[in-house]
Design a protein around this ligand. Structure first.
Ligand code: IMP
Ligand code: MG
Length: 197
């Protein structure tokens, strides 16, 4: 009875539209385990510091929320917003600051939390912006890395998973603002337009 109820709960329905298919690439269990490991690695490197987590809205929000709870010790966080892909699955290559951080990062141990590293142009822009603001330390943690797609010369200090060149949604990542609430990281296939580039 309980299992039946679980299977039919609204949480288990992905909410995909006709023609859009999704399949799991990284399960919620693997995500949870890896986030825990990443938190341990980061805390080991900075055992006593207040870790100031800085993330780009909105894709990194779920990752940051889980990471923050695994880190232990003193943690604070702040958000900024940059231009995104909108309805396209391909990067415009342009990065524009839409909303800046609320507080100064000067003298802080900053952990830049990114959902996914694709061309790397967003991260390159962020690192350049933040370096000028004189943090005490700055490190980058990304959950997903599409290493084959890299254009900018940037790398993450901590990487969750290296993934193939597929358009992924879930665990915060969207297509046209949808699918962010999926618990698993999934590959999205669009009708008549293969997501693979
Ligand atoms: P980059 O500047 O090309 O590295 O792109 C980084 C941003 O593009 C990410 O923070 C995401 O918001 C978005 N992005 C890149 N690949 C994907 C994807 O497969 N699914 C959803 N968003 C993506
Ligand atoms: Mg993003």
């Amino acid at each position: 009875m309980a299992a039946q109820r679980k299977r039919s709960s609204s949480k288990s329905r992905p909410g995909n539209r006709p023609g859009e298919t999704i399949r799991i690439l990284i399960s919620r269990t693997r995500v949870r385990q890896r986030v825990r490991q990443l938190a341990r690695e980061i805390r080991r490197d900075f055992p006593k510091d207040t870790l100031h987590l800085v993330a780009v809205l909105k894709g990194s929000v779920l990752f940051l929320a889980d990471l923050a709870r695994e880190l232990g010790g003193e943690v604070s966080f702040d958000f900024l917003s940059v231009s995104s892909y909108g309805k396209s699955t391909a990067s415009s290559g342009e990065v524009k600051l839409i909303k800046d951080l609320d507080v100064s990062i000067e003298g802080r141990t900053v952990i830049v939390v990114e959902d996914i590293l694709d061309t790397g142009l967003t991260l390159k822009y962020l690192l350049r912006l933040f370096e000028g603001r004189k943090p005490k330390h700055m490190r980058v943690v990304v959950l997903l890395d599409k290493a084959d797609r890299r254009v900018a010369d940037v790398h993450a200090d901590y990487t969750g998973f290296t993934i193939p060149n597929e358009f992924v949604v879930g665990y915060g990542l969207d297509f046209d603002e949808r699918y962010r609430n999926l618990a698993d990281v999934c590959i999205l296939q669009l009708p008549h337009a293969p997501a693979k580039k």
